[in-house]
Design a protein. Structure first.
Length: 237
């Protein structure tokens, strides 16, 4: 049998293994970096517009609406982080506490009490955003007509977590909004429904508490399909 060349083959194979090992060790996959504001954090001390990407925080509790408008904080840019820094936003029965229209990558967090507006937080046509660790109460105040603590309209792929929306008309209201995740929220004692979905599909609702609302704790109306609802507590509604 002709074994010519076998020695060369055996010698080359270890070298190939060594080169492959070095290449694998040198390769480090690059993760998609989270949004990092390029400008320093900016303090907010009154109702105003946010017109540039960045990090914004309340320096004190604020109240009311912008002059001649029906909103207190109006987010008009993408890639915005807005935190209440545990301060409150208080209205007088109308308008919106925090509003974003046609935006992407918005974070609203650490707002313990947004109250006394027609709608506490309103996302309209806003996608890939997060609302967390916030409280929405008395939106609108008693006798103020139908509105909600949190309203998503035509807004998709958002994450709503650790939000308390009690004593509103509707706690959390989704209209024509899909692929959102609502988790670990509390919606109690609302005049109508705790969580209400209208023409909203492919949403995930998990580990929410919806008790003692005047109608249903969680309600899916017309054309709301393929939603996943699991491990929620809805009682005394």
């Amino acid at each position: 049998m002709n074994r010519r060349g076998q020695g060369s083959f055996i010698t080359i194979m270890p070298l190939v293994v060594v080169f492959l090992t070095i290449a694998l060790l040198a390769f480090k996959p690059t993760a998609l970096a989270p949004f990092q504001p390029s400008a320093p954090p900016e303090g907010i001390s009154s109702c105003q517009n946010i017109t540039s990407a960045g990090y914004y925080y309340l320096t004190q509790s604020i109240s009311g609406l912008q002059a001649g408008r029906d909103v207190c904080i109006d987010i008009q840019a993408n890639n915005v982080v807005f935190t209440c820094s545990l301060y409150n936003i208080t209205g007088s029965g109308s308008g919106k506490g925090v509003y974003a229209q046609g935006r992407t990558s918005i974070t609203i967090r650490d707002c313990p009490n947004i109250s006394m507006y027609a709608t506490g937080i309103y996302l309209d046509g806003t996608n890939y955003s997060t609302i967390s660790n916030s409280g929405l109460f008395l939106n609108p105040p008693p006798g103020g007509g139908g509105a909600s603590g949190l309203h998503l309209s035509n807004s998709n792929f958002n994450n709503i977590t650790n939000v308390t929306a009690n004593n509103n008309d509707y706690g959390i209201y989704l209209s024509t909004s899909s692929n959102n995740t609502l988790s670990n929220n509390t919606v109690n004692n609302n005049t109508n429904y705790g969580i209400y979905l209208s023409s909203s599909s492919n949403n995930t609702l998990t580990n929410n508490t919806a008790n003692s609302n005047s109608y249903y704790g969680i309600f899916l109306s017309s054309s709301s399909n393929y939603n996943t609802i699991s491990n929620n507590n809805a009682s005394l509604n």
